[in-house]
Design a protein around this ligand. Sequence first.
Ligand code: EPU
Length: 424
Amino acid sequence: MDKFVIEGGERLKGTVKISGSKNAALPLLAATILKKGIYQIENVPRLRDIGTMTRLLNILGAKTEWTDKNTLQVDTNDLDNHIAPYELVKQMRASVLVLGSLTGGLRRATVSYPGGCAIGERPINLHIKGLQALGCDVNIKEGYVDVTAKRLKGARIRFDTTTVGGTENIMMAAVKARGETIIENAAREPEVVDLARMLKKMGARIDGEGTEIIRINGVDELTPCNYKVIPDRIETGTFLIACGITRGNMVIEGCMPGHVKSLIDKLREAGMDIIENEDTIKVAMTKKRPMAVDVKTAPYPGFPTDMQAQIMALMTVSRGVSAITETIFENRMMHVAEMRRMGADIKVIGNTAIVRGVKMLSGAKVMATDLRASASLILTGLTAYGTTEISRIYHLDRGYESIEEKLRALGAKIERRKDEGMGA
Ligand code: EPU
């Protein structure tokens, strides 16, 4: 296992290029199951989760090959298997995204039922309810969700809770259903819009993506396509905060500023200078400490839960007291205990963290618990006095492409080392 060793206190300066979005790429790769053929997917980040998705596609019978640094060719011509095994789904919950495309493409899906994860229970009841509404027969057998769809017929589906993965799965199953499907209370995340755009490029008829109501008119045939993944808005946000917490000065390139609007609003309120251009953001922090701001996570276009831990990192050194409320996942505050080890003053009441900013954090040995929590500990390490060692960074490798190289190029003192204390 690897760990990161960070010497805090460097002000980050320079230009950073944002990678393709993990959470957009995963459903786009799953969508290649819908129609046999060859796809070139560009701007795919080289991450562990993408590796898991390609292994899953391989098990289903597809061939995958990197034809360029970030271009993945997927050949689904020989795809014939509909079983997503436990061994892969337990490594990555997003494997469940093949449920919709296997149903749409092969009319048959057997996908290991995902268990809970570090950040919450994360049930898939809404995915199942949606598939049943489309006419699928769904059974839970021996730990697997087994879907058979003799005929898929359009339906009106209202999600009780906004669900990104649920919206994506139902969209993929509905593109080939007979008649019209209306998804109400649909997720509006940019990743959902990106999937809709790829499906439309394949010939699907979809309207309303990016709004609460998505209408899908089933088609008989789709065609394979080439597609370029959108930039990662959570990586963009993480670098914005890296700039704020180190009092840096950066140009963030190849991003979509509109996708991080709710975060930019908060960072401006906290005192950061941010100029948005078409696909770049110029950002600087000239104030000694950020002002405390309150944050409450919400589905897009609200403040993303995937940025909650990182903004908390910024607030640990703010001037004042901030209240950070998590409304999407039940257990997404595990970074709090680690930040306290670095001298942060945080009290958790229910799903709200009350963060009283301190002048300075001190470096410590801390442990990463999930992907975004790990990112937040890098951020606190970058500002802390002394050395911070973050163990279990395999979580980070799931979602941030070349994070240490990118940070080092901006002047951070960060190194990846073997973590002898953690076993191999
Ligand atoms: N939910 C249900 N029933 C369902 C589905 C969801 O109750 O059938 C609940 C969940 O338990 C949760 C809420 O609805 O409380 C929202 O979950 P959602 O389905 O939207 O999340 P997801 O699709 O499983 C994606 C991202 C997450 C991100 C969330 C929320 C991917 C691969 N994952 O998960 O990303 O936090 O949306 O925006 O797109 C990450 O990248 O670190 C990450 C966890």
